[in-house]
Ligand binder design. Structure first.
Ligand SMILES: CC(C)(COP(=O)(O)OP(=O)(O)OC[C@H]1O[C@@H](n2cnc3c(N)ncnc32)[C@H](O)[C@@H]1OP(=O)(O)O)[C@@H](O)C(=O)NCCC(=O)NCCS
Length: 180
């Protein structure tokens, strides 16, 4: 008689939390992978740890959030927002970005991160959130639409990467801006 096979399934719990400087190596790896292999970000030069640290300090020093998605002890995604444009008059508006590690995409992490960023921006009293998205990035466009963003602009050929011209889609979502 055979003993019934027992399967052990380990489910790592995903949590989204505020990032610490100790998360920067994980953030850097995800960022550089997107730089080298995608048109999600229109940079071609990988970033260094020192540059990411300066970015983290500037962003958090200005009161903006940097969030990470963590599974077990692994950083599997991050999200953040900052000023839409530097001028004071753009104060009601933020521009966000989200990156999920390739092996963890399509599992709901991006959407969960976007939900948390929207909440954080509303808690800061912000009124509008803007995403600037590569027009070929169907997953991101669909995700933003599903989360209440609408296309407000499409700019043909404003970018260039991997020898191709790139179009930019601007999407915006109104926020409740409850807490002033
Ligand atoms: C875009 C990105 C942030 C989305 O995060 P994700 O965790 O992969 O996406 P989710 O699993 O949360 O899916 C969000 C929605 O997108 C859609 N979607 C997800 N994967 C998809 C796929 N492979 N094809 C089509 N639609 C897809 C679904 O509608 C999904 O919502 P639903 O599951 O409720 O139907 C992530 O894929 C990523 O980091 N990509 C590379 C970097 C990037 O493009 N960043 C965004 C720059 S604007």
């Amino acid at each position: 008689m055979h003993q019934a096979a027992r399967r052990v399934i380990i489910v790592a719990v995903m949590q989204i939390r505020t990032a610490f400087p100790s998360d920067l190596a994980g953030i850097l790896a995800i960022y550089n992978d997107a730089v080298l292999t995608t048109t999600a970000i229109w940079n071609e030069t990988p970033s260094s740890y020192a540059e990411r640290l300066a970015w983290f300090e500037e962003r958090t020093g200005a009161g903006f959030p940097v969030l990470v998605a963590e599974e077990g002890t692994e950083i599997v995604g991050y999200g953040t927002f900052g000023p839409f444009r530097p001028h004071e008059g753009y104060r009601p508006t933020v521009e966000h970005s989200i990156y999920v590690a390739p092996a963890h995409q399509g599992a709901g992490i991006g959407k969960a991160m976007l939900r948390e960023l929207i909440k954080a921006a509303e808690n800061m009293g912000k009124r509008v959130m803007v995403g600037a998205i590569d027009a070929a990035n169907d997953v991101s466009l669909v995700m933003h639409e599903a989360m209440g963003f609408r296309e407000v602009g499409r700019m043909a050929g404003v970018g260039e990467k991997f020898g191709r011209r790139l179009d930019l889609v601007l999407m915006q979502r109104e926020l409740s801006g409850r807490h002033h």
